[in-house]
Structures are given as C-alpha cells and as structure tokens.
Design a protein around this ligand. Structure first.
Ligand code: IMP
Length: 426
C-alpha cells in the first residue's frame, strides 16, 4: 500500500506545492487531507503561474486524480472559482473528487473569523480571516454543514435555520452585525452551488483504497505545517486543523500502514505569517533581504511574512512528529548573496540547552537561539542543475543541515521554475 505524504516542517509556505508537483508525476492520486482555502500553493509551469488554494497541485497532470478528503473544509465558492480559473487556463478538472464528509466553509464562518480578529485588536491570532477556525469549531460542535448536505435541499435548509438561529444572536449581540438570512443562503447554495458541485462529490475513500490495493502510489498533500498544527504547533497561534502526517490518514479515510514515505519540506531559512513565537526571527536588514529576495508575501492574503534563520530545533521536532523519512530543502538560492549564514542548533532557556522544543510553552516563549555560523557562497545558484555544480559552501550548508536534522536531504530547489531543483541521492 504505497502512499507518500508531503508535509511542511515549519510554519507553512515552505514550497510544498513545488515538491508535490514533482512527486505527483509518479502518482495516480493527490489528496488534500486538512485545511481549506487558508492555504495557497503556487506553481510556475512553462512560465505560467498557478495559485491554488483548495484543489491539490496534482491537478496539473492529466493522469492524476485530485481528491479533496474528508478532513478538509471547503468554501464552495472558492472551489468553483478555482475550477473555473483552471478551466480558463486549459486545465481539465473533471477528474476532481470531493469527499461528501468534508465540511463547508460558509459566509457566517468568514464573518465570525473576521469580526473576532478585529475585536481582539493587538491580541489577534493573525488568521487568514477565511473562516477556517469557525468551520472546524462547528465540525467539532456537531453543528457543521457537510458537502453531502448540498444534495438534500430540505435538510440543508433545516440545518441552516438551526445553526443560524444561534450564530445570528452572536453576530448581532456581540459584533453588531445584521446577521445572515438562512433562506437567502439556502437558496443560493441550492440553486447556484449544488448543481455545479454535485458532479465532483464521490466515494473518495473507496477510490483511494482501490488505488492503494492495486499498487498505485497515492500522494497526500499537507497544507499549512507542523508548527501551525492544532495539537503540536505554537498554540494558540496555530490553525484549526492537524497538518502533521498522522492526520493524512484520518483526513483521507485510511489506516496506518498506507504510507511508506514522509517527505518533510523545509525552507533554507524560516518564515511565519501571523502572530506567535519565533525564536530565530530577524528584525533587521537581513530579515528585509530575505523578504524581498524570497518574495515573502502571502500567496493568498499578500501579507508580509516574518523571516529568520533556519531553526534545527524545530526541524528535529518536526522529524519526530511526522516520522519524516527525508527532507526537501527549498529556496536555497535566496541565500545566494549572504556572506555569513547562521543556523540555530539549539535553544537556551534559563541556562539549559534544548535540542528539541521545550515541552512547556512558557519555556519556548523565553528561548534564545544558539547559532553556528557558516560562510555564504556568494554565487547565483538559480541555473545549477546538478550537485557537482554547487559551490563547496552550498554543499557544506546542506550537509550541515542534514547532520542537524538527522534525516537525508534528497531534494534542493534553487528557483521557482518547475525544473529548478536538484535531486540528492545520499
Ligand atoms: P487560519 O488558518 O486562517 O485560522 O490562521 C491561523 C494561523 O495559521 C495564522 O497565523 C495564519 O497566518 C496561519 N496560516 C494559515 N494558513 C497558512 C498557510 O497556508 N501558510 C502559512 N500560514 C498559514
């Protein structure tokens, strides 16, 4: 039962879409297992940029069946717009399958997310304001609306009335918003959304089991990343789902044993969007250099990302949490012009050295980085196509990270183009 998982080892935006695009070549299915349109995966194919939020990156291959699993939360308007956008660029989405058990992100989720963030002021979480948290909260509270509910108009209307009775009190009394009319929303979903989405709703679990049983390789595409994980991330500055590899099985409807490869994606430096601790953060001209050279602005929201040095403590913890079998290192070329490159090798908290993340958040909050410095290569790597063409300093940097992380780095990207990467065999 060969399955591969691609998972972000940092705070997201590691370039997972790139790696998925490459691995997907050899796969029959690519599956999203959690998150929603808070994700933004950018791919550059033949000079054309594709920005995907919900549809798995594998859609760009004609032989791949893209699957949106039960663990995802789906904004139906965003999904339909994405199908249309891809269609206009000549990409056929007719193979797409959406789990009936996936939950819908509806306008009141987005409103609640946006209004709650605004009310929190400086204490805000810095969410993408896409309604992801409220949609997962509804799922856990058993008040969510699922994709399959679109197929039953009466039930859908009834559920919306029941849910909005309470949500509208919150919207009106707490946030001074006029609220959402359940009938208007139901009419819109029934007449505009359901007819367009229903052809894609299918037995995703059956499809994936059959594929795995017949020996096909299935790829599970994580969105967000390990340190945005609801359980394992820097809580409460996290997303509301579980990006870690273990959840790929839950979010797709499979059991342990379905996977034999976990590829952890790590950027050659570190970024984060939104609030929360960041031990190696750079608030100086090197931080600005990383933002500008790495084009570190959100695909989705346009927000400037925070930047910092590579953090081996987080990487080691990520390998533990995800059982990574290998690492793909992305955006190495962004470091091209730096004379000195620092790598955080451990944390110090109250005089004690930590090789892994401290188990208490208050210790993590007080951690300071212990750095090692490596010389930069001061050369343009964007045209390099083979390991033998890399300058020694770049090879040393990769080897140093490999030694710090403890699992092999098997892929290194040196530019945004589909072909700008190197394979490492050892
Ligand atoms: P939410 O997922 O919109 O609720 O946002 C929660 C946190 O996760 C915020 O810090 C967001 O910036 C972050 N986040 C959500 N999705 C992504 C992503 O795809 N990349 C990077 N950060 C993300």
């Amino acid at each position: 039962m060969p399955g591969s998982i691609v998972v972000g080892t940092q705070w997201g935006d590691e370039g997972k879409g790139r790696v998925v695009d490459i691995v997907a070549k050899e796969c029959s299915h690519v599956v999203r297992y959690q998150g929603g349109h808070n994700a933004g995966h950018t791919l550059v194919v033949d000079g054309e940029t594709f920005a995907l939020q919900l549809i798995p990156s594998g859609v760009l291959y004609e032989h791949v069946i893209p699957v949106i699993g039960n663990g995802v939360v789906v904004d139906p308007h965003v999904l339909l717009a994405e199908i249309e956008m891809l269609g206009a660029k000549g990409v056929d989405c007719s193979r797409l399958m959406v789990s009936p058990q996936a939950h819908l992100v509806l306008p009141y989720h987005q409103l609640m997310d946006e209004l709650a963030e605004t009310q929190l002021g400086d204490a805000k979480l810095g969410t993408t304001k896409r309604g992801i948290g409220p949609a997962y909260a509804d799922k856990a509270s058993r008040t969510g609306i699922r994709v399959e509910d679109l197929l039953d108009s009466d039930y859908l209307r009834e559920r919306l009335h029941a849910v909005l009775r309470e949500r509208n009190i919150i919207l009106r009394e707490i946030y001074g918003h006029e609220g959402v009319d359940p009938d208007v929303l139901a009419d819109q979903l029934i007449t505009e959304v359901a007819p367009k989405l229903s052809p894609y709703i299918g037995d995703t679990i059956g499809e994936l089991h059959t594929a795995l049983q017949s020996g096909e390789r299935v790829l599970f595409e994580g969105a967000q990343a390990t340190f945005l994980d609801l359980d394992h991330g820097t809580y409460p500055f996290v997303t509301s789902s579980n990006p870690v590899s273990g959840y790929a099985l839950v979010g797709a409807g499979l059991g342990p044993g379905a996977v034999d490869q976990v590829i952890g994606i790590a950027k050659a430096y570190l970024t984060r969007v939104g609030s929360g601790p960041f031990v190696t953060e750079l608030i100086d001209e090197i931080g600005d250099y990383l933002v500008e050279t790495g084009r570190e602005y959100g695909t989705n929201t346009g927000r400037r990302r925070r930047t910092g040095w590579f953090d081996s403590v987080m990487a080691r913890q990520s390998v533990r949490l995800n059982a990574c079998s290998e690492i793909a290192l992305t955006k190495l070329d962004v470091l091209d012009q730096l004379k000195i490159i620092k790598v955080c090798v451990a944390y110090e908290v109250d005089g004690r050295r930590y090789e892994y993340l401290p188990h208490l958040r208050r210790l993590h909050d007080r951690a300071t980085p212990i750095y090692e410095e490596l010389p930069g290569w001061l050369q343009d790597l964007s045209e390099v196509t083979d390991r033998s063409e890399l300058p020694n300093e770049a090879i040393d940097y990769i080897s140093f990270l490999e030694q710090q992380i403890g699992v092999p780095i098997r892929f290194v990207s040196v530019g945004p183009g589909r072909e700008q990467y190197l394979r490492f065999t050892s």
